[in-house]
Design a protein around this ligand. Structure first.
Ligand SMILES: [Zn+2]
Ligand SMILES: [Zn+2]
Ligand SMILES: [Zn+2]
Ligand SMILES: [Zn+2]
Length: 364
């Protein structure tokens, strides 16, 4: 590359250059920085030279623009700080543009997760559990897989506690009973057995002994067993009757319990010789046998004495009688209880019964 400039020499007004100057004449001994100018024109008063000499480029001054450093994360690349010259497009690792670097030299690769496994723990009746999960010690995030592909949020791994699964049936041993958890075998409702009731397990006959068990009324645990003597020739089996109360206040059902037998042996219930309808007039349930005479039926009974006979499939009976005061009368004024007494007489009641007095309130 070359640069040039014009050099113009002009004589003082009124003068001219003396001597002849040819069109190609060069001025011997004249130079600019060692370069000999070339004479271009001469009009007698003005000499014009062209001075041409090699030119070297001016040193480049960078215009550097900084790119800030960005930290790498587990999953994204970062970069170191670097500078880009906006005029020459080169990259530098320093603000003064002294150390050139190349595209990508500033990249910091992603760190990758550093996953630490937390083992699964099964939930129990009383403690929560967790599924296995992985925690990254770099970024603190949680993952459900060892490769850190599926991110989960805090506590996603919790498995709720199961809660106890209490059995409905009683568990027991010689000292007491309880409800047991079928999973962890914890106990609740633990209590000693009650006094129990005797339940006939094998009816005696005229010639063979029977058996009976004293069972906890709550759980059925057999507290004691005993034999029942043979009944001998033709003797009737009589079951003992008890009641919660000897007083009936005129409202609500009335309950009697026949001891020493069970519902499977129950046959039917008669009052004043007439069979009642199970499920309508009364219910019969195990324990030993619990007869619940319904209020609606009781209110139909008249003033006077009433006779209860419970028949059992083994041929046994339970007998009881009760008296109602202020009961109904028949339309013609003939007391129902008189009819009832006749019926009772016809039954030829034998054996021990317990007598009740049911005080029926007179209803208007
Ligand atoms: Zn530059
Ligand atoms: Zn991470
Ligand atoms: Zn449990
Ligand atoms: Zn018990």
């Amino acid at each position: 590359m070359k640069a040039s400039f014009l050099l113009t020499l002009t004589v003082t007004s009124g003068y001219s250059f003396s001597g002849a100057f040819g069109n190609t004449l060069q001025i011997a001994g004249f130079s600019v920085n060692g370069i000999v100018p070339i004479w271009v024109s001469n009009d007698g008063t003005t000499l014009v030279f062209t001075v041409t000499f090699p030119m070297t480029a001016a040193p480049h001054v960078h215009t550097l623009v900084k790119t800030d450093a960005v930290a790498a994360t587990c999953t994204t690349a970062g970069n170191y700080a670097y500078w880009t010259c906006s005029s020459c497009g080169k990259f530098y690792s320093d603000a003064s543009g002294e150390t050139e670097i190349y595209d990508g030299d500033w990249v910091i690769t992603a760190l990758g997760h550093n996953l630490v496994k937390t083992d699964a723990v099964a939930a129990t009746c009383t403690t929560e559990g967790n599924s296995a999960y992985w925690t990254c010690s770099n970024c603190g995030k949680f993952y459900s897989d060892a490769n850190g592909e599926t991110e989960i949020t805090d506590l996603d791994w919790i498995i709720p506690m199961l809660g106890h699964d209490w059995k409905t049936e009683w568990s027991n041993n010689e000292t007491g009973h309880w409800h047991e958890c079928s999973v962890c075998h914890d106990k609740k409702d633990e209590a000693p057995h009650d006094e129990g009731i005797w339940v006939t397990t094998l009816q005696p006959t005229a010639t063979t002994t029977g058996t009976k068990e004293l069972r906890c009324t709550v759980c059925g645990y057999v507290l004691e067993t005993a034999t029942i003597p043979a009944t001998g020739g033709g003797t009737e089996i009589i079951y003992i009757v008890t009641a919660e109360s000897s007083t009936w206040d005129g409202t609500g059902d009335y309950i009697i319990t026949i001891q020493g037998t069970n519902k499977a042996n129950f046959k039917d219930l008669k009052i004043n010789g007439a069979a009642l309808t199970e499920g309508v007039n009364y219910t019969a349930a195990d324990g030993s046998v619990i007869i619940t005479i319904k209020e609606a039926y009781l209110k139909t009974l008249a003033t006077g004495s009433h006779n209860i006979v419970v028949e059992f499939k083994d041929g046994g009976h339970a007998y009881a009688a009760f008296e109602i005061e202020n009961g109904k009368t028949t339309p013609d004024g003939f007391p129902i209880w008189a009819i009832a007494l006749i019926a009772v007489a016809g039954l030829g009641v034998v054996g021990a019964g317990i007598w009740f007095v049911l005080r029926k309130k007179k209803t208007a």
